[in-house]
Design a binder for this molecule. Structure first.
Ligand code: ZN
Length: 245
């Protein structure tokens, strides 16, 4: 059975109203003040940074966003019986909301839908934490241990989860088709996954408006808007054994 891997970046979620925060030209890189809010050492040592971070999270469109046609097309491909794995640089959780089983989505940069305690590492929902912020807590603390809470995303200065990265590399090596969608492949180590897939014989397809450093290794490059191009592309790989993968 064909294993289709999809590496998604910010471009798949712009139709859902989520701006590109993290990319090389993303909001955080263009605004050093904003980048401080997601830099681990500053976040852990400066209460004012944390208060501003919680305000930013409260204002963020991410938790209110809905999946779009591209997210739905990926989930439909999985439901059609094709083996699909998603590796995403996004923290918005929209692949799962579109119906992709959570165990088939690897979130390289974590998720904005959960928070984690930096003391006892317990995880809970971002919505609940934002409720506490709305109720007046400017820097809510862990209810179990009093530790500093942060978004369960990978901040600048934090390592990627080695287990998530190892699984992503394994999928890049094992897949027959590796589709890059909505990322310019500038951020490592995510970008290198495209090269690993190509090195191991996968058909590499790039769906992105802008050129990427891996375009010369791609078998196919699609510049059309993701919202229409990705659903059309994925129909090629539809299986005929629903729910068998
Ligand atoms: Zn704790």
């Amino acid at each position: 059975m064909t294993l289709v891997a999809i590496l998604s970046g910010a471009g798949i979620s712009t139709d859902s109203g989520i701006p590109d925060y993290r990319g090389p030209n993303g909001l955080w890189r263009r605004d050093p003040g904003a980048e401080k809010l997601v830099t681990y050492d500053l976040y852990m040592t400066d209460p004012e940074i944390r208060r501003r971070s919680w305000r930013m999270r409260s204002d963020s469109p991410t938790l209110r966003a809905e999946p779009n046609g591209a997210h739905r097309a990926v989930a439909e491909l999985s439901r059609s019986g094709t083996a699909v794995r998603v590796i995403t640089q996004n923290v918005d959780g929209l692949h799962q909301l579109a119906g992709m089983p959570a165990r088939k989505v690897l979130e390289l940069h974590g998720t904005a839908r959960e928070i984690v305690c930096t003391g006892c590492h317990v995880r809970s929902s971002m919505k609940e934490a934002l409720g506490r912020v709305a109720a007046g807590e400017e820097d809510p603390r862990c209810l179990a241990c009093g530790g500093i809470l942060k978004s369960a995303t990978v901040m600048f200065g934090e390592r990627l989860d080695p287990e998530v990265l190892a699984q992503s590399v394994a999928i890049a090596k094992a897949c027959e088709v590796f589709i890059v969608v909505g990322t310019t492949l500038q951020v490592q180590p995510a970008a290198s996954l495209a090269g690993i897939a190509a090195d191991h014989g996968a058909l590499l397809i790039v769906v992105n408006a802008e050129p990427t450093p891996y375009d010369d290794r791609a078998h196919e490059i699609i510049r059309e808007p993701i919202g229409t191009a990705l659903p059309a592309l994925l129909t090629r790989y539809r299986g005929d054994r629903p729910d068998q993968n």
